[in-house]
Ligand binder design. Sequence first.
Ligand code: NDP
Length: 396
Amino acid sequence: MIIGCGGVASVAIHKCCQNSEVFEEIMIASRTKAKCDALKEKLQGQTKTKITTAQIDADDVAALTALIESYRPQVVLNLALPYQDLHIMEACLAAKVPYVDTANYEPEDTAHFEYSWQWAYRERFEKAGITALLGSGFDPGVTGVFSAYALKHQFDEINEIDILDCNAGDHGYPFATNFNPEINIREVSAKGSYWEDGHWVETEPMEIKRVYDFPEVGEKDMYLLHHEEIESLALNIPGIRRIRFFMTFGQSYLTHLKCLENVGMTSIEPILFEGKEIVPLQFLKAVLPDPASLGPRTKGKTNIGCIFKGKKDGEEKHYYLYNVCDHEKCYAEVGSQAVAYTTGVPAMIGAMLVMNGTWKKPGVHNVEEFDPDPFMEALNKWGLPWQESFDPAMVE
Ligand code: NDP
């Protein structure tokens, strides 16, 4: 059962339908049923997967539990918004069905995300004997799988990880976001932070800038952000001393964002407008281009990966694992741009591995806690082939 029918869900659903030997039947359940029906209409002639649809408010735990119990899926893939995570986990516990998502819980009224809320469910999932897999997108997701793979095959010990997320796509709009604008703007306008020597170091938003020459993309400005996988990798990679996350932004995007911030449009504090309470950021989302509409216009590539520094056989070693994804090729294949594609493919893979029992560990776990090999193989098979470099340029 897939919950949500937005940009990322659409890719995951296309991929489940390509993988119909594993996904014999899927249910698409979301807030707006018409979107689920339209996707079903588009796909059902081209796949053996049997698709059903349902309307659901995933914040209504009782209704969601009843829906899960009536459909009895082997796994629930949560591709709604981070606000729904805990409610969907509750429903999965009640119905005793495994859970997979791509983004950690964030309360709607505080622009702050961390794993503690979801990790608090560990014991209940363990006792119920069901697996919850957190963060099975690209970042988090593939970045954690890359880290587990590097540790398993390339290093005795990893000391530093730099996660680099480059989107060199051009959609031709002066300002638009590549996934849900509300979630995206909350993320990039927050303070930055990185992990060093056992504690968090906080920075001002966009305070740390580096330039990196990305394979197949070229030189881009990138900025240090707080990102959720830093929190889990700091716990799960033994010997780690520093983890940083950088994302590329063009000057035009940053100038627009600064201006929107300065006039108060990115605020999540409700204001009164013509007698009605509105949240400025939600209003902004309503006037910005829908990320789903960027697909046909976006040209260029993404390059997302991890640079590792550590030790092998007593020697210092550097290693870079990355994926390059082409916006136009993604659109031709599934009707979405690469940002949704790079998230939707790993979401399908995570759901597949949990569903067929390859990744089974009762409790609440992040991707790097599992054997990376079947996931790495599936990335090559399902559209996100990875590349490696043994002599990468390092980030200062
Ligand atoms: P969209 O806004 O495009 O889609 C969200 C979908 O969830 C919509 O279909 C929406 O319904 C549905 N939804 C929202 N609230 C509810 C609810 N209460 N009950 C049922 N359905 C609901 O978002 P994206 O597809 O861009 O993002 C999906 C998720 O992927 C997010 O959690 C995002 O953070 C995550 N993500 C993860 C990445 C990674 O690499 N790990 C990268 C990018 C995104 P409606 O159609 O009615 O609006």
